[in-house]
Design a protein around this ligand. Structure first.
Ligand code: SF4
Length: 594
Protein backbone atom coordinates (compact mmCIF):
# COMPACT_ATOMS: atom_id res chain seq x y z
CA UNK A 1 0.00 0.00 0.00
CA UNK A 2 1.46 3.42 -0.89
CA UNK A 3 2.56 5.68 1.94
CA UNK A 4 -0.11 7.96 3.39
CA UNK A 5 0.02 11.15 1.28
CA UNK A 6 2.30 13.91 2.52
CA UNK A 7 2.12 16.24 -0.49
CA UNK A 8 -0.52 17.49 -2.98
CA UNK A 9 1.09 15.27 -5.65
CA UNK A 10 0.65 12.18 -3.51
CA UNK A 11 -2.96 13.18 -2.78
CA UNK A 12 -3.59 13.50 -6.52
CA UNK A 13 -1.95 10.15 -7.22
CA UNK A 14 -4.59 8.58 -5.03
CA UNK A 15 -7.19 10.28 -7.21
CA UNK A 16 -8.43 12.49 -4.37
CA UNK A 17 -9.31 16.16 -4.52
CA UNK A 18 -9.44 16.66 -0.74
CA UNK A 19 -8.66 14.83 2.47
CA UNK A 20 -10.99 13.95 5.33
CA UNK A 21 -8.44 14.00 8.14
CA UNK A 22 -4.97 15.54 8.14
CA UNK A 23 -2.49 14.59 10.85
CA UNK A 24 0.16 17.08 11.92
CA UNK A 25 3.05 15.36 13.68
CA UNK A 26 6.23 16.43 15.45
CA UNK A 27 7.98 13.25 14.30
CA UNK A 28 9.17 12.26 10.87
CA UNK A 29 6.74 9.96 9.07
CA UNK A 30 7.77 6.33 9.51
CA UNK A 31 5.07 3.98 8.28
CA UNK A 32 5.20 1.46 11.09
CA UNK A 33 2.73 0.56 13.87
CA UNK A 34 5.24 1.54 16.56
CA UNK A 35 4.46 5.18 15.76
CA UNK A 36 1.06 6.54 16.77
CA UNK A 37 0.28 8.91 13.90
CA UNK A 38 0.92 6.41 11.07
CA UNK A 39 -0.95 3.76 13.05
CA UNK A 40 -4.04 5.94 13.45
CA UNK A 41 -3.69 7.13 9.86
CA UNK A 42 -3.72 3.59 8.51
CA UNK A 43 -6.57 2.73 10.88
CA UNK A 44 -8.79 5.54 9.56
CA UNK A 45 -7.73 4.78 5.99
CA UNK A 46 -8.84 1.15 6.44
CA UNK A 47 -12.30 2.45 7.38
CA UNK A 48 -12.60 4.46 4.18
CA UNK A 49 -11.33 7.87 5.29
CA UNK A 50 -8.93 9.86 3.10
CA UNK A 51 -5.97 10.68 5.30
CA UNK A 52 -2.84 12.83 4.90
CA UNK A 53 0.18 13.55 7.12
CA UNK A 54 2.11 16.79 7.54
CA UNK A 55 5.25 15.71 9.36
CA UNK A 56 7.48 18.16 11.21
CA UNK A 57 6.18 21.33 9.55
CA UNK A 58 8.14 24.55 9.98
CA UNK A 59 6.04 26.21 12.67
CA UNK A 60 7.37 29.71 12.14
CA UNK A 61 4.62 30.46 9.62
CA UNK A 62 1.18 29.08 8.78
CA UNK A 63 1.97 28.14 5.14
CA UNK A 64 3.45 24.66 5.78
CA UNK A 65 0.23 23.82 7.63
CA UNK A 66 -1.76 24.62 4.49
CA UNK A 67 0.21 22.22 2.28
CA UNK A 68 -2.61 19.68 2.01
CA UNK A 69 -5.50 22.14 2.10
CA UNK A 70 -8.33 22.22 4.60
CA UNK A 71 -9.56 18.76 5.66
CA UNK A 72 -13.22 17.95 5.19
CA UNK A 73 -13.51 16.72 8.80
CA UNK A 74 -10.64 17.75 11.11
CA UNK A 75 -6.94 18.17 11.77
CA UNK A 76 -5.40 15.69 14.23
CA UNK A 77 -2.33 17.07 16.04
CA UNK A 78 0.35 15.16 17.96
CA UNK A 79 3.69 16.41 19.26
CA UNK A 80 5.26 13.04 18.45
CA UNK A 81 6.12 9.84 20.26
CA UNK A 82 7.53 11.88 23.16
CA UNK A 83 6.47 15.00 24.99
CA UNK A 84 8.26 17.79 23.13
CA UNK A 85 9.86 19.15 26.34
CA UNK A 86 11.18 15.71 27.27
CA UNK A 87 12.50 15.34 23.73
CA UNK A 88 14.25 18.71 23.85
CA UNK A 89 15.78 18.91 27.32
CA UNK A 90 17.93 16.74 29.58
CA UNK A 91 16.94 16.05 33.20
CA UNK A 92 19.25 18.99 34.07
CA UNK A 93 17.08 21.18 31.77
CA UNK A 94 19.93 21.51 29.25
CA UNK A 95 19.07 21.62 25.56
CA UNK A 96 19.65 18.37 23.71
CA UNK A 97 21.47 18.50 20.42
CA UNK A 98 19.87 15.49 18.83
CA UNK A 99 16.42 14.14 18.06
CA UNK A 100 16.03 10.44 17.31
CA UNK A 101 12.69 11.01 15.55
CA UNK A 102 14.17 13.35 12.94
CA UNK A 103 16.19 12.49 9.82
CA UNK A 104 19.88 12.92 10.52
CA UNK A 105 19.19 12.87 14.29
CA UNK A 106 18.97 16.66 14.08
CA UNK A 107 17.59 18.84 16.84
CA UNK A 108 15.16 21.62 16.01
CA UNK A 109 12.59 20.03 13.71
CA UNK A 110 9.72 20.71 16.11
CA UNK A 111 8.96 23.52 18.56
CA UNK A 112 8.78 23.37 22.33
CA UNK A 113 5.18 22.58 23.34
CA UNK A 114 4.51 21.37 19.84
CA UNK A 115 0.83 20.52 20.40
CA UNK A 116 0.01 24.09 21.35
CA UNK A 117 2.13 25.70 18.63
CA UNK A 118 0.79 23.46 15.85
CA UNK A 119 -2.82 24.03 16.90
CA UNK A 120 -2.38 27.75 16.95
CA UNK A 121 -0.83 27.77 13.44
CA UNK A 122 -3.72 25.66 12.14
CA UNK A 123 -6.27 28.05 13.62
CA UNK A 124 -4.38 30.94 11.96
CA UNK A 125 -4.31 29.13 8.64
CA UNK A 126 -7.94 28.01 8.59
CA UNK A 127 -10.36 30.00 10.67
CA UNK A 128 -12.52 27.80 12.89
CA UNK A 129 -11.11 24.56 11.52
CA UNK A 130 -11.83 21.66 13.91
CA UNK A 131 -8.66 20.46 15.65
CA UNK A 132 -8.32 17.30 17.73
CA UNK A 133 -5.15 16.87 19.81
CA UNK A 134 -3.72 13.57 21.03
CA UNK A 135 -0.53 11.60 21.62
CA UNK A 136 1.66 11.45 24.73
CA UNK A 137 2.01 15.21 25.18
CA UNK A 138 -1.71 15.94 25.07
CA UNK A 139 -2.68 12.78 26.93
CA UNK A 140 -0.45 13.32 29.96
CA UNK A 141 -1.14 17.03 30.18
CA UNK A 142 -4.92 16.65 30.06
CA UNK A 143 -5.45 17.91 33.62
CA UNK A 144 -3.75 20.87 35.29
CA UNK A 145 -0.23 19.48 35.75
CA UNK A 146 3.22 20.25 37.08
CA UNK A 147 5.67 21.36 34.40
CA UNK A 148 9.27 20.72 35.39
CA UNK A 149 10.71 22.99 32.71
CA UNK A 150 8.87 26.05 34.01
CA UNK A 151 8.72 24.75 37.57
CA UNK A 152 5.07 25.63 37.86
CA UNK A 153 1.60 24.18 37.54
CA UNK A 154 0.19 24.67 34.05
CA UNK A 155 -3.41 24.55 32.93
CA UNK A 156 -4.79 21.58 31.06
CA UNK A 157 -3.20 21.62 27.62
CA UNK A 158 -6.69 22.07 26.16
CA UNK A 159 -6.76 25.61 27.52
CA UNK A 160 -3.33 26.48 26.12
CA UNK A 161 -3.74 24.75 22.78
CA UNK A 162 -7.35 25.92 22.24
CA UNK A 163 -8.11 22.68 20.44
CA UNK A 164 -11.69 21.47 20.12
CA UNK A 165 -11.23 17.97 21.55
CA UNK A 166 -8.46 16.01 23.26
CA UNK A 167 -8.06 12.28 22.73
CA UNK A 168 -6.09 10.62 25.51
CA UNK A 169 -4.60 7.16 25.76
CA UNK A 170 -4.37 4.87 22.76
CA UNK A 171 -6.69 6.56 20.32
CA UNK A 172 -8.07 4.01 17.85
CA UNK A 173 -11.60 3.79 19.21
CA UNK A 174 -11.99 7.49 19.88
CA UNK A 175 -10.55 8.84 16.64
CA UNK A 176 -12.60 6.44 14.52
CA UNK A 177 -15.80 7.39 16.28
CA UNK A 178 -15.01 11.10 15.97
CA UNK A 179 -14.42 10.69 12.23
CA UNK A 180 -17.59 8.63 11.74
CA UNK A 181 -19.79 10.99 13.74
CA UNK A 182 -18.43 14.04 11.94
CA UNK A 183 -18.91 12.32 8.60
CA UNK A 184 -22.53 11.77 9.67
CA UNK A 185 -23.03 15.44 10.40
CA UNK A 186 -22.09 16.05 14.04
CA UNK A 187 -19.68 18.82 14.92
CA UNK A 188 -16.77 18.40 17.32
CA UNK A 189 -18.59 20.68 19.73
CA UNK A 190 -21.44 18.20 19.88
CA UNK A 191 -19.27 15.18 20.70
CA UNK A 192 -19.35 15.22 24.47
CA UNK A 193 -19.96 11.64 25.48
CA UNK A 194 -17.03 9.81 23.96
CA UNK A 195 -14.74 7.65 26.09
CA UNK A 196 -11.06 8.53 25.92
CA UNK A 197 -11.71 12.22 25.24
CA UNK A 198 -11.67 15.51 27.13
CA UNK A 199 -13.14 18.88 26.22
CA UNK A 200 -13.53 22.47 27.45
CA UNK A 201 -16.88 24.04 28.23
CA UNK A 202 -18.45 26.87 30.13
CA UNK A 203 -18.21 26.45 33.88
CA UNK A 204 -21.57 28.04 34.59
CA UNK A 205 -23.63 24.86 34.78
CA UNK A 206 -23.47 21.92 37.16
CA UNK A 207 -20.34 19.81 36.96
CA UNK A 208 -20.65 16.15 36.12
CA UNK A 209 -19.04 13.14 37.77
CA UNK A 210 -16.17 13.86 40.11
CA UNK A 211 -15.13 17.43 40.71
CA UNK A 212 -11.40 17.60 41.42
CA UNK A 213 -9.69 20.70 42.88
CA UNK A 214 -9.53 23.51 40.34
CA UNK A 215 -6.49 24.77 38.44
CA UNK A 216 -6.38 27.78 40.77
CA UNK A 217 -6.51 25.58 43.86
CA UNK A 218 -3.84 23.12 42.69
CA UNK A 219 -1.60 26.04 41.69
CA UNK A 220 -1.86 27.56 45.15
CA UNK A 221 -1.72 24.44 47.31
CA UNK A 222 0.51 21.37 47.09
CA UNK A 223 -1.97 19.40 49.20
CA UNK A 224 -4.74 20.23 46.71
CA UNK A 225 -2.42 19.29 43.85
CA UNK A 226 -1.81 15.85 45.36
CA UNK A 227 -5.53 15.42 46.07
CA UNK A 228 -6.48 16.31 42.48
CA UNK A 229 -3.87 13.90 41.14
CA UNK A 230 -5.17 11.03 43.29
CA UNK A 231 -8.79 11.64 42.40
CA UNK A 232 -8.01 11.69 38.67
CA UNK A 233 -5.68 8.68 38.93
CA UNK A 234 -8.40 6.61 40.57
CA UNK A 235 -10.62 7.13 37.52
CA UNK A 236 -8.35 5.17 35.16
CA UNK A 237 -10.22 1.88 35.39
CA UNK A 238 -12.29 1.96 32.19
CA UNK A 239 -15.07 -0.17 33.68
CA UNK A 240 -15.70 1.87 36.79
CA UNK A 241 -14.33 5.33 35.96
CA UNK A 242 -16.56 8.37 36.22
CA UNK A 243 -16.33 11.66 34.39
CA UNK A 244 -13.74 13.97 35.96
CA UNK A 245 -14.27 17.73 35.92
CA UNK A 246 -11.73 20.41 36.81
CA UNK A 247 -12.49 24.12 36.88
CA UNK A 248 -10.10 26.54 35.21
CA UNK A 249 -11.38 30.03 36.12
CA UNK A 250 -14.89 30.29 34.77
CA UNK A 251 -14.32 27.41 32.34
CA UNK A 252 -14.43 23.69 32.89
CA UNK A 253 -12.29 20.80 31.74
CA UNK A 254 -14.37 17.65 31.38
CA UNK A 255 -12.58 14.32 31.00
CA UNK A 256 -14.68 11.31 29.99
CA UNK A 257 -13.77 7.79 31.23
CA UNK A 258 -10.95 5.97 29.38
CA UNK A 259 -11.59 3.97 26.22
CA UNK A 260 -12.28 0.28 26.70
CA UNK A 261 -9.26 -1.93 25.95
CA UNK A 262 -8.96 -3.52 22.52
CA UNK A 263 -9.73 -7.20 22.09
CA UNK A 264 -7.20 -9.63 20.67
CA UNK A 265 -9.01 -9.58 17.31
CA UNK A 266 -8.91 -5.77 17.23
CA UNK A 267 -5.22 -5.74 18.10
CA UNK A 268 -4.54 -8.25 15.32
CA UNK A 269 -6.53 -6.18 12.82
CA UNK A 270 -4.52 -3.06 13.64
CA UNK A 271 -1.16 -4.78 13.30
CA UNK A 272 -2.26 -6.34 10.00
CA UNK A 273 -2.85 -2.93 8.39
CA UNK A 274 -0.79 -2.38 5.24
CA UNK A 275 2.17 -0.48 6.67
CA UNK A 276 5.14 0.08 4.38
CA UNK A 277 7.40 -0.64 7.38
CA UNK A 278 9.86 2.10 6.70
CA UNK A 279 10.44 5.88 6.61
CA UNK A 280 8.74 7.93 3.88
CA UNK A 281 10.94 7.80 0.76
CA UNK A 282 11.43 11.57 0.76
CA UNK A 283 13.86 11.23 3.67
CA UNK A 284 17.49 10.97 2.61
CA UNK A 285 19.06 10.59 6.03
CA UNK A 286 18.87 7.87 8.64
CA UNK A 287 16.28 8.25 11.40
CA UNK A 288 17.69 6.76 14.64
CA UNK A 289 14.28 5.81 16.07
CA UNK A 290 13.62 3.72 12.98
CA UNK A 291 17.00 1.99 13.15
CA UNK A 292 16.25 1.20 16.77
CA UNK A 293 12.82 -0.37 16.31
CA UNK A 294 12.78 -1.72 12.79
CA UNK A 295 13.49 -5.32 13.76
CA UNK A 296 11.43 -5.28 16.96
CA UNK A 297 7.94 -6.65 17.45
CA UNK A 298 5.21 -5.33 19.73
CA UNK A 299 3.29 -8.19 21.31
CA UNK A 300 0.97 -6.25 23.60
CA UNK A 301 0.06 -2.94 25.22
CA UNK A 302 -0.54 -1.86 28.78
CA UNK A 303 1.31 -2.60 32.02
CA UNK A 304 -0.03 -3.59 35.43
CA UNK A 305 3.23 -2.84 37.25
CA UNK A 306 2.15 0.65 38.33
CA UNK A 307 5.71 2.01 38.82
CA UNK A 308 5.48 5.50 40.32
CA UNK A 309 7.77 7.14 37.74
CA UNK A 310 6.00 5.69 34.72
CA UNK A 311 3.01 7.21 32.93
CA UNK A 312 1.80 4.06 31.20
CA UNK A 313 -1.16 3.64 33.57
CA UNK A 314 -2.35 7.13 32.66
CA UNK A 315 -1.84 6.52 28.93
CA UNK A 316 -2.10 2.86 27.88
CA UNK A 317 -3.80 1.62 31.03
CA UNK A 318 -3.30 -1.35 33.34
CA UNK A 319 -5.07 -3.91 31.16
CA UNK A 320 -2.80 -6.02 28.97
CA UNK A 321 -4.04 -6.08 25.38
CA UNK A 322 -2.23 -8.87 23.59
CA UNK A 323 -2.02 -9.86 19.95
CA UNK A 324 -2.52 -13.48 18.95
CA UNK A 325 0.48 -15.71 18.39
CA UNK A 326 -0.48 -16.06 14.71
CA UNK A 327 -0.53 -12.28 14.21
CA UNK A 328 2.89 -11.84 15.82
CA UNK A 329 4.49 -14.71 13.89
CA UNK A 330 3.04 -13.40 10.62
CA UNK A 331 4.69 -10.03 11.28
CA UNK A 332 8.05 -11.65 12.02
CA UNK A 333 7.81 -13.83 8.90
CA UNK A 334 7.07 -10.77 6.76
CA UNK A 335 10.07 -9.03 8.32
CA UNK A 336 12.40 -11.88 7.37
CA UNK A 337 11.64 -11.07 3.71
CA UNK A 338 12.84 -7.46 4.04
CA UNK A 339 16.15 -6.73 2.31
CA UNK A 340 17.63 -5.15 5.44
CA UNK A 341 16.78 -8.06 7.75
CA UNK A 342 19.90 -10.00 8.83
CA UNK A 343 18.24 -12.71 10.89
CA UNK A 344 18.00 -11.06 14.32
CA UNK A 345 14.74 -9.94 15.88
CA UNK A 346 15.87 -7.24 18.29
CA UNK A 347 12.88 -7.43 20.63
CA UNK A 348 9.67 -9.34 21.17
CA UNK A 349 7.87 -7.43 23.86
CA UNK A 350 5.78 -4.53 25.04
CA UNK A 351 6.00 -2.10 27.95
CA UNK A 352 6.93 -5.15 30.10
CA UNK A 353 7.84 -8.18 28.00
CA UNK A 354 6.74 -10.93 30.37
CA UNK A 355 3.20 -9.57 30.74
CA UNK A 356 2.22 -10.93 27.33
CA UNK A 357 -1.08 -12.83 27.57
CA UNK A 358 -1.61 -12.05 31.27
CA UNK A 359 -4.47 -10.29 32.97
CA UNK A 360 -6.92 -10.24 35.80
CA UNK A 361 -8.55 -13.60 36.45
CA UNK A 362 -11.54 -12.16 38.28
CA UNK A 363 -13.74 -10.08 35.99
CA UNK A 364 -15.94 -8.71 38.78
CA UNK A 365 -12.96 -7.62 40.85
CA UNK A 366 -11.27 -6.16 37.78
CA UNK A 367 -14.22 -3.94 36.98
CA UNK A 368 -14.10 -2.32 40.41
CA UNK A 369 -10.36 -2.52 40.99
CA UNK A 370 -8.59 0.65 42.11
CA UNK A 371 -5.19 -0.86 42.88
CA UNK A 372 -2.36 1.03 41.22
CA UNK A 373 -0.50 -2.19 40.55
CA UNK A 374 -1.34 -5.89 40.28
CA UNK A 375 2.20 -6.65 41.55
CA UNK A 376 2.86 -4.18 44.33
CA UNK A 377 3.01 -4.45 47.34
CA UNK A 378 2.43 -8.16 46.61
CA UNK A 379 1.18 -10.08 43.59
CA UNK A 380 -2.62 -9.92 43.64
CA UNK A 381 -4.21 -13.36 44.08
CA UNK A 382 -6.52 -12.55 41.15
CA UNK A 383 -3.68 -12.09 38.68
CA UNK A 384 -3.29 -14.81 36.06
CA UNK A 385 0.45 -15.50 35.81
CA UNK A 386 0.31 -18.50 33.49
CA UNK A 387 3.32 -18.14 31.21
CA UNK A 388 2.58 -20.95 28.76
CA UNK A 389 1.30 -18.65 25.97
CA UNK A 390 4.31 -16.34 26.25
CA UNK A 391 6.81 -19.22 26.34
CA UNK A 392 5.17 -20.91 23.33
CA UNK A 393 5.27 -17.63 21.43
CA UNK A 394 9.01 -17.22 22.03
CA UNK A 395 9.71 -20.82 21.06
CA UNK A 396 7.75 -20.45 17.83
CA UNK A 397 9.38 -17.10 16.99
CA UNK A 398 12.93 -18.42 17.24
CA UNK A 399 12.00 -21.45 15.12
CA UNK A 400 10.69 -19.45 12.17
CA UNK A 401 12.46 -19.77 8.82
CA UNK A 402 14.90 -16.93 8.32
CA UNK A 403 15.20 -16.13 12.05
CA UNK A 404 18.66 -16.77 13.49
CA UNK A 405 18.22 -15.05 16.83
CA UNK A 406 15.51 -13.40 18.87
CA UNK A 407 16.22 -11.08 21.80
CA UNK A 408 14.08 -9.61 24.55
CA UNK A 409 15.16 -6.00 24.93
CA UNK A 410 11.96 -4.74 26.56
CA UNK A 411 12.07 -4.71 30.33
CA UNK A 412 10.93 -7.73 32.31
CA UNK A 413 9.44 -7.75 35.82
CA UNK A 414 11.60 -10.19 37.75
CA UNK A 415 9.15 -10.48 40.65
CA UNK A 416 6.64 -11.81 38.11
CA UNK A 417 9.24 -14.13 36.57
CA UNK A 418 9.25 -16.01 39.87
CA UNK A 419 5.83 -17.34 38.80
CA UNK A 420 6.89 -17.96 35.19
CA UNK A 421 9.33 -20.88 35.06
CA UNK A 422 8.73 -21.67 31.38
CA UNK A 423 9.21 -18.06 30.29
CA UNK A 424 12.27 -17.73 32.55
CA UNK A 425 13.93 -20.80 31.00
CA UNK A 426 13.12 -19.64 27.50
CA UNK A 427 14.43 -16.15 28.23
CA UNK A 428 17.71 -17.21 29.83
CA UNK A 429 18.27 -20.07 27.40
CA UNK A 430 17.56 -18.32 24.11
CA UNK A 431 16.83 -14.59 24.22
CA UNK A 432 19.65 -12.84 26.09
CA UNK A 433 22.26 -11.41 23.73
CA UNK A 434 24.98 -11.58 26.37
CA UNK A 435 23.41 -8.79 28.40
CA UNK A 436 19.97 -8.75 30.01
CA UNK A 437 18.64 -5.33 30.88
CA UNK A 438 16.85 -5.37 34.20
CA UNK A 439 15.37 -2.33 35.88
CA UNK A 440 15.36 -2.66 39.67
CA UNK A 441 15.65 1.19 39.65
CA UNK A 442 16.81 1.03 43.28
CA UNK A 443 17.64 -1.60 45.90
CA UNK A 444 16.91 0.14 49.18
CA UNK A 445 13.53 -1.03 50.35
CA UNK A 446 12.27 2.33 51.58
CA UNK A 447 12.88 3.80 48.13
CA UNK A 448 11.57 0.86 46.11
CA UNK A 449 8.37 0.98 48.17
CA UNK A 450 7.84 4.59 47.07
CA UNK A 451 8.65 3.60 43.49
CA UNK A 452 6.18 0.66 43.72
CA UNK A 453 9.00 -1.69 42.67
CA UNK A 454 10.07 -5.03 44.14
CA UNK A 455 12.82 -4.60 46.72
CA UNK A 456 16.34 -5.89 47.25
CA UNK A 457 15.38 -9.44 48.19
CA UNK A 458 13.46 -10.02 44.95
CA UNK A 459 16.40 -8.68 42.95
CA UNK A 460 18.94 -10.82 44.78
CA UNK A 461 16.79 -13.91 44.32
CA UNK A 462 16.50 -13.20 40.61
CA UNK A 463 20.22 -12.47 40.25
CA UNK A 464 21.11 -15.79 41.93
CA UNK A 465 18.70 -17.70 39.69
CA UNK A 466 19.97 -15.91 36.58
CA UNK A 467 23.60 -16.72 37.38
CA UNK A 468 22.81 -20.30 38.32
CA UNK A 469 20.79 -20.95 35.16
CA UNK A 470 23.35 -19.21 32.92
CA UNK A 471 26.13 -21.33 34.47
CA UNK A 472 24.07 -24.50 34.07
CA UNK A 473 23.63 -23.67 30.39
CA UNK A 474 27.30 -22.77 30.02
CA UNK A 475 26.44 -19.25 28.89
CA UNK A 476 28.44 -16.15 29.75
CA UNK A 477 25.65 -13.64 30.22
CA UNK A 478 25.36 -10.61 32.42
CA UNK A 479 22.78 -8.38 33.97
CA UNK A 480 22.73 -4.67 33.18
CA UNK A 481 20.84 -3.02 36.04
CA UNK A 482 18.98 0.19 35.25
CA UNK A 483 18.87 2.54 38.22
CA UNK A 484 17.38 5.94 38.95
CA UNK A 485 19.01 8.62 41.09
CA UNK A 486 17.17 11.53 42.66
CA UNK A 487 13.80 9.77 42.73
CA UNK A 488 11.35 11.16 45.31
CA UNK A 489 11.90 9.31 48.58
CA UNK A 490 15.61 8.76 47.91
CA UNK A 491 18.15 10.48 50.17
CA UNK A 492 21.91 10.73 49.73
CA UNK A 493 22.27 8.05 52.42
CA UNK A 494 19.96 5.74 50.41
CA UNK A 495 22.14 6.28 47.37
CA UNK A 496 25.27 5.37 49.32
CA UNK A 497 23.58 2.22 50.57
CA UNK A 498 22.67 1.33 46.98
CA UNK A 499 26.26 1.92 45.83
CA UNK A 500 27.55 -0.36 48.58
CA UNK A 501 25.05 -3.08 47.64
CA UNK A 502 26.19 -2.91 44.01
CA UNK A 503 29.80 -3.10 45.10
CA UNK A 504 29.07 -6.13 47.27
CA UNK A 505 27.22 -7.96 44.49
CA UNK A 506 29.97 -7.21 41.98
CA UNK A 507 27.97 -4.93 39.72
CA UNK A 508 28.91 -1.68 38.10
CA UNK A 509 26.52 0.51 36.19
CA UNK A 510 27.55 2.48 33.14
CA UNK A 511 24.50 4.72 33.03
CA UNK A 512 22.29 6.18 35.72
CA UNK A 513 19.01 7.85 34.93
CA UNK A 514 18.60 11.09 36.81
CA UNK A 515 14.91 11.25 37.71
CA UNK A 516 12.94 13.55 35.40
CA UNK A 517 9.53 14.70 36.58
CA UNK A 518 7.61 14.13 33.35
CA UNK A 519 3.90 14.97 33.27
CA UNK A 520 1.33 12.48 34.51
CA UNK A 521 3.26 10.25 36.92
CA UNK A 522 2.79 9.60 40.63
CA UNK A 523 6.49 10.39 41.14
CA UNK A 524 6.13 13.78 39.44
CA UNK A 525 3.25 14.56 41.76
CA UNK A 526 5.55 13.64 44.70
CA UNK A 527 8.40 15.75 43.26
CA UNK A 528 6.21 18.83 43.10
CA UNK A 529 4.10 18.38 46.21
CA UNK A 530 6.40 16.43 48.55
CA UNK A 531 3.40 14.17 49.19
CA UNK A 532 2.70 10.62 48.10
CA UNK A 533 -0.72 11.27 46.57
CA UNK A 534 -2.02 7.78 47.20
CA UNK A 535 -1.12 7.58 50.91
CA UNK A 536 -1.13 11.29 51.71
CA UNK A 537 2.22 10.86 53.50
CA UNK A 538 5.10 13.33 53.12
CA UNK A 539 7.99 12.22 50.90
CA UNK A 540 11.58 13.47 50.92
CA UNK A 541 12.52 15.08 47.59
CA UNK A 542 16.02 15.98 46.39
CA UNK A 543 15.47 19.13 44.36
CA UNK A 544 18.83 20.93 44.23
CA UNK A 545 21.09 20.27 41.26
CA UNK A 546 23.94 19.70 43.71
CA UNK A 547 22.24 16.92 45.62
CA UNK A 548 20.94 15.32 42.44
CA UNK A 549 24.50 15.39 41.06
CA UNK A 550 25.94 13.81 44.21
CA UNK A 551 23.30 11.07 44.17
CA UNK A 552 24.16 10.21 40.61
CA UNK A 553 27.92 10.23 41.22
CA UNK A 554 27.64 7.78 44.09
CA UNK A 555 26.36 5.13 41.68
CA UNK A 556 29.23 5.85 39.29
CA UNK A 557 31.84 5.40 42.05
CA UNK A 558 34.02 3.28 39.74
CA UNK A 559 34.56 6.12 37.23
CA UNK A 560 37.63 8.29 37.96
CA UNK A 561 35.68 11.38 36.83
CA UNK A 562 33.21 10.94 39.71
CA UNK A 563 35.77 10.41 42.48
CA UNK A 564 35.72 14.02 43.71
CA UNK A 565 31.95 14.09 44.02
CA UNK A 566 31.86 10.68 45.69
CA UNK A 567 34.27 11.95 48.36
CA UNK A 568 32.15 15.10 48.74
CA UNK A 569 29.02 12.98 49.26
CA UNK A 570 30.77 10.75 51.81
CA UNK A 571 31.97 13.80 53.71
CA UNK A 572 28.49 15.29 53.76
CA UNK A 573 27.13 12.04 55.13
CA UNK A 574 29.96 11.75 57.68
CA UNK A 575 30.81 8.40 56.12
CA UNK A 576 34.41 9.06 55.03
CA UNK A 577 35.32 5.64 56.42
CA UNK A 578 33.41 4.08 53.48
CA UNK A 579 35.78 5.63 50.94
CA UNK A 580 38.12 2.66 51.14
CA UNK A 581 35.25 0.24 50.71
CA UNK A 582 33.75 2.08 47.77
CA UNK A 583 36.76 3.52 45.99
CA UNK A 584 39.59 1.36 47.15
CA UNK A 585 39.11 -1.41 44.65
CA UNK A 586 37.72 0.70 41.80
CA UNK A 587 38.91 -0.80 38.60
CA UNK A 588 40.69 -3.69 40.24
CA UNK A 589 39.18 -7.03 40.94
CA UNK A 590 35.50 -6.13 40.61
CA UNK A 591 33.76 -8.22 37.99
CA UNK A 592 32.07 -6.57 35.07
CA UNK A 593 28.33 -6.14 35.40
CA UNK A 594 26.89 -9.46 36.27
S1 SF4 B 1 -8.12 -7.46 41.07
FE1 SF4 B 1 -5.92 -7.84 41.25
S2 SF4 B 1 -5.32 -8.80 39.31
FE2 SF4 B 1 -7.35 -7.86 39.03
S3 SF4 B 1 -6.89 -5.85 38.18
FE3 SF4 B 1 -7.06 -5.61 40.39
S4 SF4 B 1 -4.96 -5.82 41.17
FE4 SF4 B 1 -4.96 -6.61 39.09
Amino acid sequence: MPFIPTSPEEVQKRGWSELDVIFVSGDAYIDHPAFGVPLLGRWLESRGFRVGIIAQPDWRSKEPFMALGRPRLFFAVAAGAMDSMVAHYTPARKLRHDDAYTPGNRHGARPNRATTVYTSRLKEAFKDVPVVIGGIEASLRRFAHYDFWENKVRRSILFDAKADLLIYGMGERAILEVAERMRDGETLGEIRDLRGTAYRCSGSGETQGIDIPSYEEVSASKEKFAEAFRLAYLQQNPWSARIVSQRHGNRLLVCNPPALPLTEAEMDAIYALPFEKGPHPSYLETIPAWEQIKSSITTHRGCFGGCAFCAITMHQGKTIQSRSKASILAEISAMTRKSWFRGSVSDIGGPTANMYGLGCGNKDAMKQCQRESCLFPAICPNLRTDDSAAARLLQAARSLDGVKHTAISSGVRYDLLERQPAYFSELIGHHVSGLLKIAPEHLVDGVTAIMRKPGKKAFETFLARFREESDRLGKRQHIVPYLISGHPGCTLADMLELALILKKTGMKVEQVQDFTPTPGTIATCMFHSGIDPMSGKPVYVATSDREKGLQKSLLLWHLPTERGKVLEALKELGREEDAGLLLGAAGSGVKRTR
